[in-house]
Write a protein that binds this ligand. Structure first.
Ligand code: CTP
Length: 450
């Protein structure tokens, strides 16, 4: 309890707490919102815990909905939806905050004692006379010391819900906390339980870890705690593979540096950075990693599907990994540059260069300086082509398949595609040809040749 402490609770939320009090019940704002308010961060959601039973909550608030048997009534305030939950003790959080079994209790402390971390196990009662913080496990002090600590016996907390182990890494990474050694040891001991977690829940945590400026911290933590081996053995395997002999850097460390060098607001690039070399362990022959781009693209697809990333995200990441090993020489003709753009796809060029820059930053410093120069030279030439040339895919041609049929009289069938393909190749060689009359004339010759 603290005399000076005051948390700013929105008027409507404080109003709900006051109504419950007036009706003779205990009520507090609780969990993540108290933690965030103490950290000086605007909470996303406000949750209330109360001694009132669901029926009593519903009687008090007309605009409310009780849709499950877990004690949570959703109350509409006009400004927002607030979850008002009866004090409870539960055994199994089968699905995020929805335990498989639940028993109500009269005791706030019993409710708090089954929550995951001390910083999430605090309650605040807003009131006109200044308010009251209930913090039986020292969450406030832990936040101040920047320590993440499980409530009570850490092993019990993680056995109740394996997701809490990933939440620990996520909170430690996003808030910059140290995990308390007994809590870390318990994660190590229970890491195997993470095998049962659904891909969606893993994805949710990973997205948050990937959004921090230096996400390598989170992945290193996952590895050190034994969680990476369970949720992503493909990345764990990268630790066994040397990246640059001179630097004695393994592929895992290289992947993390690459990851940190991708932009933090681009999830696709972050995932591509993290997973771009995941094909290396399978393809290492003692010196080279032949086709690790192809193998890596397939492995990344499997990993991301396992974590239930969207089809589009999976496709974009694996496409970037598939093409990340492009090479370049100054002797390339304009046509070669245009063929390169066609191969990787105009829409992927920016991302592919961003990945390659990050990849180079994660490589041997001396070797990468040279590589960087030619990468930037290719980038310049790609930019020039993008601005001057007009066709990087068949659909950019100045005539269509319909023209080949209707104007040139080629019957519907493979012949149309053959004419279009040859025209496209000619335009890649000479962009000036991409003009309707010229293409029709050329197409006539090609069709006549049969
Ligand atoms: N909680 C828990 N174990 C979980 C999930 C949640 O004990 N596996 C408890 C914590 O007290 C948490 C509260 O339920 O503070 C609300 O959970 P949730 O809204 O999922 O997370 P927050 O802690 O609010 O944080 P965030 O919104 O960033 O996920």
């Amino acid at each position: 309890m603290s005399a000076q402490l005051s948390l700013r609770v929105p008027h409507d939320v404080a109003g709900l707490v006051a109504r419950l009090h007036e009706a003779g019940h205990e009520a507090f704002v609780v969990g993540g919102c108290v933690r965030d308010a103490l950290r000086g961060v605007e909470p996303g959601d406000w949750d209330i815990a109360t001694s009132a039973k669901p029926e009593a909550i519903q009687t008090l608030f007309r605009r409310s909905l009780y849709t499950n048997r877990f004690g949570t009534v959703v109350v509409q305030t006009g400004d927002r939806e607030v979850e008002v939950t009866t004090y409870r003790v539960e055994s199994d959080y089968a699905d995020h905050r929805r335990p498989a079994t639940v028993a109500f209790t009269e005791s706030l402390e019993a409710d708090l004692s089954r929550r995951d971390f001390t910083m999430n196990a605090m309650a605040w009662r807003p009131s006109a006379d200044g308010g009251e913080l209930v913090d039986p496990f020292g969450g406030r002090a832990d936040l101040e010391r920047r320590v993440l600590r499980a409530v009570g016996d850490p092993g019990e907390r993680f056995a109740e819900d394996a997701l809490r182990m990933l939440r620990a890494v996520r909170f430690a990474t996003t808030f910059g906390l140290e995990i308390d050694p007994p809590t870390a040891r318990a994660i190590g001991a229970h890491a195997g339980l993470a095998a049962k977690l659904s891909g969606e829940r893993i994805q949710q945590e990973l997205r948050k870890i990937l959004a921090v400026p230096t996400p390598s911290t989170g992945f290193r933590m996952l590895a050190d705690l034994g969680l990476l081996r369970v949720i992503c053995p493909e990345l764990e395997d990268c630790k066994q593979v040397p990246q640059e002999k001179a630097l004695a850097l393994d592929v895992f460390e290289h992947s993390l540096i690459t990851l940190d060098n991708t932009p933090k607001d681009d999830l696709v690039l972050r995932l591509a950075g993290l997973l771009h070399d995941v094909g290396k362990p399978d393809t290492f022959d003692g010196g080279h990693f032949f086709h690790h781009d192809v193998v890596g693209a397939a492995k990344a697809r499997n990993i991301l599907r396992r974590w239930k990333f969207s089809k589009d995200e999976v496709a974009q990441v694996s496409h970037l990994i598939r093409h990340h090993m492009f090479w370049y020489e100054s002797e390339w003709t304009g046509a070669a540059v245009r063929r390169f753009i066609r191969k990787v796809g105009l829409e992927s060029v920016d991302a592919l260069f961003a990945l390659r820059r990050a990849d180079n930053a994660g490589s041997n410093r001396f070797a990468s300086a040279g590589r960087m120069v030619s990468l930037e030279e290719l980038w310049q030439r790609v930019e020039e082509e993008v601005h001057s040339a007009s066709a990087f895919s068949m659909s950019d041609l100045a005539i269509s398949g319909h023209d080949v049929m209707n104007v040139l009289g080629v019957p519907q069938g493979p012949g149309v595609g053959r004419v279009m393909k040859e025209l496209f190749e000619r335009v890649l060689d000479d962009p000036d040809l991409n003009e309707r009359e010229q293409l029709l004339a050329l197409g006539r010759d090609i069709a006549a040749r049969g």
